[in-house]
Design a protein around this ligand. Structure first.
Ligand SMILES: *Cc1c(COP(=O)(O)O)cnc(C)c1O
Length: 395
């Protein structure tokens, strides 16, 4: 993959546009990432949460570029001073991701949310990562041989990682040895409003009270991901019992809830590379899933599922072209996707740029809406955008 980012130090200058709006004419498909929109979403999440944030930048910032996103958020790289509104920490899921941040000379805190084993501990220490631990042996090993801040992971119903909320007492001995800097849980359905968030809150509270005697008074309690932050009432007592929050997807402009409007961050664009006429009854693309109801003008766009435009958007997606929404017809292929551009007439030409996610000429295809059209998880849609299309970052 081509790395388009250059002169990272200029990223602290908000006026420095390091990329032209549209890449070189040879570019077939590309992903535009609006860093000002990420910053604005961070600001709104910070205000809504009312506590410092661990910015989740795992999985290459959900496919959008971990280092450029971290820099845009004012995280501390090199000798630069940390901005006062910078994230409290960056959140990763693997030590490899932490290593990438350290290689880029990130000097702030790193929280690793996924469990680590005893074998990972030397590297955890070397990279100065705050691990999420949950079993007595690993906690004792960390305390005895490495030390340093760590966070206790509590499973309140996700059943993925952490100690069960009703089985925390056996950990008290190990925790006394080296008390954690933080204690956290993770919600499984915070965007659904199904009552599970309240149940998990209650289980988390039970676990915290069982650990009351061994947790430091100033332990950092955290639970909320993007949707949980958005769903909290401003006056809730919850606000006084949490010290950090961990948003991911909302930073990247997806998973919008009515209580927290977000700026669109991503644009996925591609050029038209061929145009043809088809006649009534003739099919388009693999498996002939679409046939022309009459004479139609079909544009071939240089974008496919190898660029992250998923095959489930076949016959369901739309693109913005000359201010109109035009439908994807036939199956999305690995390298090309077809659009029915009949209603644009002769206006549509080879070289035109079609937008499949994001804004163009006053209209916007939101990441949430595109994912919904394809029956996709918006997380998977975003993460897939780093497959092949070059990414460009705009300040
Ligand atoms: C990924 C992750 C988050 C962020 O979740 P979003 O829904 O993207 O906001 C927070 N905490 C943990 C433990 C995670 O794994």
């Amino acid at each position: 993959m081509r790395v388009l980012i250059v002169g990272m130090s200029s990223m602290h200058d908000p006026s420095a546009a390091i990329y032209p709006d549209v890449p070189a004419a040879s570019e077939r498909a590309w992903v535009d990432i609006d860093l000002a929109a990420v910053r604005e979403n961070f600001r709104r999440l910070r205000a809504k949460a009312g506590v410092p944030l661990v910015a989740m930048v795992k999985a290459d910032a959900y496919g959008l570029g971990m280092v450029p996103i971290a820099k845009a958020l004012g995280a501390r790289f090199g000798d630069d001073a940390e901005t006062s509104d910078a994230p409290w920490a960056l959140g990763v899921a693997t030590l490899h991701e932490a290593d990438e941040l350290r290689r880029a000379d990130y000097r702030g805190r790193i929280f690793c949310s996924a469990p680590l084993t005893v074998r990972d501990l030397p590297q955890t220490k070397r990279l100065d990562v705050r691990p999420a631990l949950h079993d007595a042996d690993t906690i004792r090993s960390w305390a005895a041989h490495f030390g340093g801040p760590w966070h206790l992971a509590i499973d309140t119903g996700m059943a993925r990682a952490g100690v069960r909320w009703d089985r925390v007492s056996p950990l008290c001995e190990a925790i006394r040895f080296l008390p954690p800097e933080g204690v956290f849980t993770h919600f499984h359905s915070s965007e659904t409003g199904d009552g599970s968030l309240a149940q998990q809150d209650a289980r988390f509270a039970d676990a915290l009270s069982a650990l009351r005697d061994v947790l430091p008074a100033d332990v950092l309690v955290h639970s909320d991901n993007s949707a949980a932050i958005a769903s909290r009432e401003p006056s809730s007592e919850h606000a006084t019992t949490r010290h950090l929050a961990r948003p991911g997807i909302a930073l990247y402009g997806a998973n919008e809830l009515p209580s927290l409007p977000l700026e669109q961050v991503v644009a996925l664009r591609a050029r038209i590379i061929d145009l043809r006429e088809v006649y009534a009854g003739e099919s388009v693309s693999y498996n002939a899933t679409w046939s022309a109801p009459g004479p139609r003008r079909i544009a071939t766009v240089a974008l496919g599922y190898a660029d992250g435009y998923r095959r489930s958007l076949s016959n369901r997606g739309v693109a913005l072209l000359w201010g109109r929404r035009v439908p994807v017809v036939g199956n999305v292929t690995m390298d090309m996707t077809m659009l029915d551009v009949t209603e644009l007439g002769a206006r549509c030409a080879i070289g035109d740029v079609a937008t499949f996610i994001g804004a163009d000429r006053g209209d916007v295809l939101r990441t949430d809406a595109v994912a919904a059209a394809g029956g996709l998880s918006m997380y998977e849609l975003l993460v897939g955008l780093k497959l092949r299309a070059p990414r460009t970052w705009r300040l």
